[in-house]
Design a protein around this ligand. Structure first.
Ligand SMILES: [Zn+2]
Length: 207
């Protein structure tokens, strides 16, 4: 997902649940996951290269770090780790064929009807994510070269499979799924929190 859409999704999903400072920390941590140093050797941050097991384990680890940080009153650390988590869950729908598998079973459905956490789809052997065929793939990220490079890459490449921007087919579905999943991750975190930690996580009383 392009930075602009990670930002929009995160704001739409969470602006009613967090104070402004907390929301900014969450957004910054979300966008930080796409730093150049995390584009190589960090497939699980973005669900690239079929890293479903590692991606899901990473999400679970981040949830735990949020709970642990709040237990220690470290609200900022909790927000940073939750921001990282939102990035990874949002990329799942932009980088895999979850959307196209769901649409095969719901051909007439609108984007807003998508369910992003259907277990049999998330565990389906047909679920795949785009492979990064470096070095050629890197050239597909340069807009001027993209039209020349993409036809040379296999159909299971990131270049062919990604739903990162509105020009991609199914973008509205990927956006809606990422938005709903971000909200559900928020609720998965707060349902285990005592009231005082809930307030801390929401960024109430933060300066
Ligand atoms: Zn990413």
């Amino acid at each position: 997902m392009k930075a602009q859409y990670h930002r929009e999704i995160t704001i739409q999903a969470l602006s009613h649940s967090f104070g402004p400072a907390a929301l900014q920390t969450i957004i910054a941590a979300n966008l930080g996951q796409d730093a150049l140093r995390y584009q190589f050797g960090h497939d699980h941050f973005h669900f690239d290269n079929n890293s479903f097991a590692a991606g899901n384990a990473y999400i679970q680890k981040l949830r735990q770090t949020v709970w642990d940080a709040l237990e220690r009153n470290e609200a900022r650390l909790a927000h940073e780790n939750f921001g990282r988590l939102t990035h990874t869950v949002q990329d799942l729908y932009a980088h895999s064929n979850y959307i196209s598998l769901w649409r095969q079973h719901n051909p007439a459905a609108a984007p807003q009807e998508i369910d992003p956490i259907i277990p049999w789809l998330l565990q389906n052997p047909l679920l795949q994510s785009g492979k990064l065929y470096y070095p050629l793939e890197a050239l597909s990220f340069i807009p001027f070269l993209k039209p020349f490079v993409v036809p040379l890459l296999p159909r299971d490449s990131h270049a062919w499979m990604n739903i990162d921007e509105p020009a991609c087919q199914n973008f509205e579905f990927a956006f809606a799924a990422a938005l709903k999943r971000s909200v559900s991750e928020y609720f998965a975190i707060i349902e285990k929190l005592p009231p005082r930690q809930k307030a801390l996580f929401a960024g109430i009383n933060m300066t």
